[in-house]
Design a protein around this ligand. Structure first.
Ligand SMILES: NC(=O)c1ccc[n+]([C@@H]2O[C@H](COP(=O)([O-])OP(=O)(O)OC[C@H]3O[C@@H](n4cnc5c(N)ncnc54)[C@H](O)[C@@H]3O)[C@@H](O)[C@H]2O)c1
Length: 186
């Protein structure tokens, strides 16, 4: 498969890119390097002996995202690009909503236009708050308590709500949203 990994220069994204390459998939990384460095991708290339195609693009740049999809051939997208610091999100809520929600909407628009229907969305276990039931399971209730109400978490929670709606509205669209558990292999 040819997989677009957004946020692929970051912590989880670069490890995911490594696993995908090791499994024989082709990987294109989209990242604006806001919270990462291309060094991570250089190391992925060194470890795998394979090339990582990198596009320095901001998800807020809708035309730029469209241009990546115009290259064609993507079978799936794994979406990690986003801001994730709970404390910072309380200080800069509008910036977090802008980056995480608008960025994800731009991605979905571009995917829809390009006919790419498979999406794995990286949400967050913090949407559960301080659950007393462990281990957490997918169907555990979300909680609006305490830090879960932070914009960082709300931006991931709200995306969790409308990503499945998008899936329902788009024929042949397959979307998975993750918190703790590994997702189905792409
Ligand atoms: N780290 C964890 O333990 C963990 C656990 C569960 C879920 N998550 C979620 O997974 C995602 C990735 O987490 P991470 O720890 O790898 O974070 P990270 O900051 O290391 O990676 C995120 C990447 O996204 C990029 N990015 C941010 N905004 C962008 C934009 N507008 N356009 C393009 N690129 C953009 C950053 O430059 C960075 O490389 C986050 O959404 C986070 O909430 C993280």
């Amino acid at each position: 498969m040819k997989v677009l990994v957004t946020g692929g220069a970051g912590y989880i994204g670069s490890h995911t890119a490594l696993c995908l390459l090791e499994e024989g998939h082709d990987v294109v990384v989209l990242d604006n390097l806001m919270n990462s460095n291309q060094e991570s991708l250089r190391r992925v290339e060194e470890l795998t002996g394979r090339k990582v195609d990198f596009r320095e693009v901001d998800l807020l740049d809708a035309a730029g995202v469209d241009a990546v999809f115009a290259e064609g051939g993507f079978d799936a997208v794994i979406h990690f690009a986003g801001l994730k610091a709970v404390g910072e999100s309380v200080e800069k809520p509008l910036w977090y909503y802008q980056n995480n929600v608008v960025g994800t909407l731009n991605l979905l628009h571009s995917m829809d236009a390009a006919g790419v229907r498979r999406l794995v969305f990286s949400s967050s276990a913090t949407v559960y708050g301080a659950s007393e039931e462990v281990p957490l399971i997918e169907k555990a209730p979300w909680t609006p308590r305490t830090r879960t109400a932070a914009p960082r978490n709300r931006s991931r929670t709200s995306s969790r709500m409308w990503v499945p709606q998008t899936r329902a509205g788009a024929s042949r669209c397959c979307a998975t949203s993750t918190r703790w558990e590994p997702t189905s292999p792409v």
